[in-house]
Design a binder for this molecule. Structure first.
Ligand SMILES: C[S@@+](CC[C@H](N)C(=O)[O-])C[C@H]1O[C@@H](n2cnc3c(N)ncnc32)[C@H](O)[C@@H]1O
Length: 280
């Protein structure tokens, strides 16, 4: 089993995650619950969210299951998750995707959001198969880059400039050396991952992540990128590449830099993989 990659360990990084990572569209949860309900009736007993980070996917599951366990290899991420007001039926546990903290055949749903590209995927699938009940579901989701757009005005020419600015920052010389080669799985929306159960579904066309946020929050979100974190840690004296990014962003939007409460829209493509363990 490969050692888990420790890119999300620091408390400061975990706190950025907790503050700025996106909430998932409600359609994701509707699709997953429908899939589960096709073969299983309520009440659903146990869901496990693997690579839960600060709990973005874990929390919304709480109202549908008797118990939800969020599992992550990073104690700092779990601590950030625990600090958010929580339902009493949600528990966060340190652990790895390759050895899930559940008995054989006891779990109705295993989820993982924006995380399986960090796992030993083969070992994770074996564990999922072990812990799922017959007819239990595995749901894997990921989203591509959240690209900034103008908010209410829908200005096509500004949107093109924003898209280019974002690509330049994402692929630019400052951050490029710090992206893990696993990032390609996000760029290709998990096209290399499949769920090996008959009838598994891959949907990368019907759900889009669309959110409005302030320019200030968007900059905070970019700070949570693992490549930005690594760049900053390893180049403490270097000019912050976000300073220039921010200059260009406010210039394109035509706003005063002090007005960082200006709203922008972020759009990201999403993929949802769904599979069901066969009955015995
Ligand atoms: C990009 S974050 C995603 C967090 C959250 N699920 C979300 O949707 O924002 C990936 C998470 O996977 C965790 N992780 C990486 N490798 C892991 C492993 N082998 N087992 C469990 N968690 C792991 C990291 O600590 C990190 O919190």
């Amino acid at each position: 089993m490969a050692l888990p990659i420790k890119l999300f360990e620091g408390a400061a990084h975990a706190s950025l995650y907790h503050k700025f990572r996106p909430s998932l569209p409600h359609q994701v949860f509707e699709r997953i619950l429908c899939h589960l309900q096709e073969k299983k009736s309520q009440p659903f007993k146990l869901a496990i969210d693997v690579g839960c980070g600060s709990g973005q996917m874990t929390r919304p599951l709480a109202s549908h299951f008797e118990k939800v366990i969020g599992v992550d290899v990073s104690e700092s991420q779990l601590e950030a998750a625990r600090q958010i007001t929580n339902s009493p039926n949600v528990e966060y546990r340190i652990g790895v995707a390759e050895k899930l903290p559940a008995e054989d055949g006891t779990v109705d749903l295993v989820t993982s959001s924006q995380a399986v590209h960090w796992f030993d995927y083969g070992a994770f699938l074996k564990e999922v198969h072990r812990v799922l009940r017959p007819h239990g579901s595995l749901a894997i989701i990921a989203h591509g880059n959240r690209v900034p757009h103008t908010c209410k005005e829908h200005d096509r020419s500004k949107d093109e400039k924003l898209e280019k600015l974002h690509t330049d920052f994402y692929e630019g010389s400052a951050l490029a050396p710090y992206w893990s080669e696993r990032r390609k799985h996000i760029d290709n929306l998990y096209s290399d991952f499949t769920i090996p159960y008959d009838g598994s579904i891959r949907d990368d066309t019907t759900i889009e992540m669309i959110e409005e946020m302030t320019v200030a929050s968007f900059i905070g979100y970019l700070r949570s990128w693992s490549a930005y974190q690594s760049f900053s840690e390893q180049n403490p004296e270097a000019t912050d590449p976000l300073v220039q990014f921010y200059e260009r962003l406010t210039e394109i939007l035509g706003v005063d830099k002090k007005e960082d409460q200006t709203m922008i829209t972020l759009k990201a493509p999403m993929v949802l993989l769904l599979g069901r363990k066969p009955s015995e």
